[in-house]
Design a protein around this ligand. Sequence first.
Ligand SMILES: [Fe+2]
Ligand SMILES: [Fe+2]
Length: 130
Amino acid sequence: MTLIEWKDDYKTGVASVDHEHQELVGLINRLYGKIGTGSEDDVAAILGEIHDAISSHFALEEKKMSDSGYEDYWPHKEDHEHLLDDIREIMDNHAEGRYASYEQELAKHLDHWFSEHFRTMDRKLHGQIG
Ligand SMILES: [Fe+2]
Ligand SMILES: [Fe+2]
């Protein structure tokens, strides 16, 4: 089951970044595929993987921005923090057994969030500093 179809629109112009973004999309699609069919442990494991992969991806982007003195460092970082907070909240809810249809919401939320972030902030960032 696929939630996010990769679009050319998401390309940043930097192959290694696009590759990482595609991996993140793959993880979100895996999560989506497990919703309603996988065990709670499966879902928790994928949520953990998503959190770790996104955290390290964001850390690299933030280092790149800070090393190059990128002008939009703060708004970009704020967007990253916002998504990480959302994912942590979902993981907590899941761990406490409060999930049900909330996971569908999460998957859609991630789709929307990522699509927007790739197309706007990441595209601008990587277009400017590589
Ligand atoms: Fe990114
Ligand atoms: Fe980013």
